[in-house]
Design a binder for this molecule. Sequence first.
Ligand code: HEC
Length: 105
Amino acid sequence: MRMMFLVLPVLALVACDDGGTTDPTDTTGADGAAVYSDNCAVCHAADGSGGTGPALDTVVPGKTASDIEGIVRNGSGSMVGFSADVISDEESAAVADYVVAEWGD
Ligand code: HEC
C-alpha cells in the first residue's frame, strides 16, 4: 500500500512533462525562433527586414543552414560571431534552420 503513495505522484509528473510548448516540428531541442528573437532581431529586426544588419532576404538566399551556422559562430564582415557560451551548437543549428526556412530561397 505504501508504494502506491510513492508511485502515483511520480507518474503524474512524468505525464505532465510531455506536454507544454515544445514545437513538434523542432527536432533539435532548441527553438530557432526564440534564439533569433533573443540574439539576432536587435540588428536584423524581428521580421528580418534589417536595421544595423542587412535585411535577411537579401543575404540568406543562396546560403545553406551550415553556412548560417558558420556566420553565427564566426561572424561575417562587420558582424561579430557568437561564442558557444551565448549560442550553443544546438541553438546555432536551430536558428540556422529557422533563418533559412524564413528568408532562404
Ligand atoms: C550587433 C548586430 C548584429 C547581430 C546581433 C546579428 N547580426 Fe547578422 N549581421 C550584422 C551586420 C552588420 C551584418 C553585415 C556584415 C557585413 O557584411 O559586413 C550581418 C550579416 C549577417 C548575415 C549575412 C552574412 C554574409 O556573409 O552574407 C547573416 C546570414 C546574418 N547576419 C545572420 C545573423 C543571425 C542568424 C544572427 C543571430 C544569431 C545575427 N545575424 C545577429 C549585424 C548583426
